[in-house]
Write a protein that binds this ligand. Structure first.
Ligand code: FES
Length: 534
């Protein structure tokens, strides 16, 4: 047996010598968009250790530079000896950002990092042009110590392992920063997806006019100098990266003691970077509302809106902001992992074989399966659709109970149990109750909200009509906007805004009040009411 090490998963699997990598990787959720025909490049892998011979299809689809860097088409490869590979597909599945934004040009380079509980994304920017020179995205190396923030807190506090997590994440980000600088200087920058046109301003960044292929030829400016690094993340990620004791976050009232801006020099973090640039971790907003949401406000400009609007991050730790340019309220609410397809009996992440969409046509369920093969499970967006369809069919009652039997079949192999529906009710109940109470405190009715921005990957893929049907977002779909990776965009804006001085975010932070929902006597009632379906 040979060993095949998969990055960014950090998983090693034994493989028979000569076995097809397509067969091996498919089992681990890798998609083969053209069915393994060697035509689409969608299954690209990079060989980091060991070797794979270059095939005809590799030569036809990949450039000489890509081949030299170790890129191959997985569908054409057979295992030979021990291998360590990285999957481009899983990088792409992590939501980066290619939005346009206004900025004041300045010399040098900057790096923005969105440090999420599950994934982390880093972009290298030329601060003179606003262009993204390179992108790196990986699963957070700490994820092996717990999928959600509370299990990470528990690991750090009960196991006295905060230092382990701190050093893991610092090392990982330090490596990504080195890779970004190398990728850009070798012209191998990762191209982002096409975005929206740039707006006017003293500078405006966006994808270059020639699209991704022109992008891949971006080079470092003649005298590259990394001016600064800006990180954003939720409160637990902030504390773990900054080396702050997590113990206060492990019990009531769950308030951080040191949530402010943290400034380091790269050397302090063990990052030997030229010029020893400053590294900023932007401040949290309170409780479990971190600088990812502060960055989201900068990105959506909700703090400049005349009419009230909301920003919602539909994650395991749901974060919500409501308000306008006068004042803002924020809160977090524990939604659980159902939106990510976790703790669902046939649940899985959005990968090959996952049911990502369910529609009702003439009384029959029609499913879209990622990778167009057989359904292996259901991801969060499929789950919301399936429950909405079950409600329309009368198979699921408003209380969440199944009308008959002990499961709701979505396909012959994938069905929802009573417990699965309950998990979704808990998730949507927590978000809907949190939003309701924040709006009440702010003094607005739900129908007065002008816009509802959804941050993050799940908010990008969820069907708003289904979300309305299950009572998660009770708004007309035209008011709901997918806002993408607002945390990363906000971090990029902060790169231009000299975080140590009077940039936009200190003024913004002064306008926001954190509302601890766990202290609101109405929360439990609102939560129970919101658990039912409309
Ligand atoms: S699956 Fe299309 S090139 Fe490999």
């Amino acid at each position: 047996m040979d060993n095949l090490e998969l990055l960014p998963l950090g998983k090693t699997i034994p493989v028979e010598p000569g076995s097809s990598l397509q067969d091996v990787l498919f089992v681990h959720g890798v998609e083969f968009p053209c069915g393994g025909g060697g035509r689409c490049k969608g299954c690209r892998i990079k060989v980091l250790a060991g070797s794979l011979p270059v095939t005809e299809a590799d030569r036809a689809r990949l450039s000489a530079a890509e081949l030299a860097q170790g890129w191959r088409l997985a569908c054409q490869a057979r295992a030979q000896g021990d291998l360590k590979i990285e999957l481009a597909q899983w990088e792409a599945a992590i939501l980066a950002d290619d939005s346009s934004f206004e900025f004041t040009p300045q010399p040098g380079l900057g790096i923005a990092v969105d440090l999420g509980t599950t994934t982390l994304v880093a972009q290298l920017l030329d601060l003179a042009t606003g262009r993204v020179l390179a992108v790196r995205a990986e699963l957070n190396a700490q994820a092996r110590h717990g999928a959600d923030i509370m299990s990470r807190v528990e690991f750090a506090v009960a196991g006295r392992s905060g230092r382990v997590l701190e050093s893991q994440v610092r090392q990982q980000i330090g490596r990504l920063i080195r890779e970004l600088l190398l990728a850009a200087s070798s012209g191998a920058a990762a191209p982002p997806a096409p975005g929206t046109p740039a707006s006017a301003g003293s500078g405006a960044a966006g994808p270059p006019p020639g699209g991704p292929s022109a992008f891949s030829s971006c080079q470092l400016p003649a005298t590259p100098r990394l001016n600064r690094v800006v990180l954003v993340g939720n409160t637990v990620m902030h504390h773990l990266f900054c080396g702050i004791d997590l113990e206060p976050l492990s019990h009531y009232p769950f308030e951080p003691v040191s949530p402010g801006l943290r400034v380091f020099q790269a050397e302090e973090l063990g990052w030997p970077l030229p010029g020893n640039p400053p590294v900023y971790f932007l401040p949290c907003l309170g409780g479990f509302v971190g600088s990812d949401i502060l960055a989201g406000l900068l990105a959506t400009r909700l703090h400049e809106a005349q009419l009230p609007a909301a920003l919602i991050d539909l994650g395991t730790n749901g974060e919500i902001v409501v308000g306008n340019r006068q004042r803002l309220l924020c809160a977090s609410t524990a939604a659980g992992p159902a939106f990510e397809g976790a703790r669902i009996s046939n649940g899985m992440r959005a990968a090959t074989g996952a049911i990502s969409e369910v529609r009702l046509e003439s009384g029959q369920l029609r499913c879209r399966v990622l990778g167009h093969g057989q359904a292996r499970g259901i991801c969060g967006s499929g789950l919301v659709d399936a429950v909405a369809a079950g409600l329309d069919l009368g198979s699921i009652l408003a209380t969440g109970r199944l009308a008959k039997g002990d499961s709701f079949p979505v396909t012959p192999r994938v069905s929802l149990t009573q417990q699965d529906i309950r998990q979704l009710q808990l998730a949507k109940g927590a978000i809907a109750a949190g939003l309701r109470l924040l709006l009440r405190q702010w003094g607005a009715a739900p129908d007065q909200l002008d816009r509802i921005y959804l941050a993050g990957a799940f908010g990008n893929y969820i069907n708003y009509t289904s979300a309305r049907r299950i009572g998660l977002l009770k708004f007309p779909p035209h008011k709901v906007r997918p806002a993408g990776n607002t945390a990363l965009l906000g971090a990029k804006l902060a790169l231009f805004d000299a975080p140590q001085h009077n940039g936009a975010y200190p003024r913004l932070r002064a306008k926001i009040r954190h509302v601890p929902l766990n202290e609101d006597p109405n929360f439990q009632d609102a939560f129970v009411q919101e658990m039912t379906f409309p």
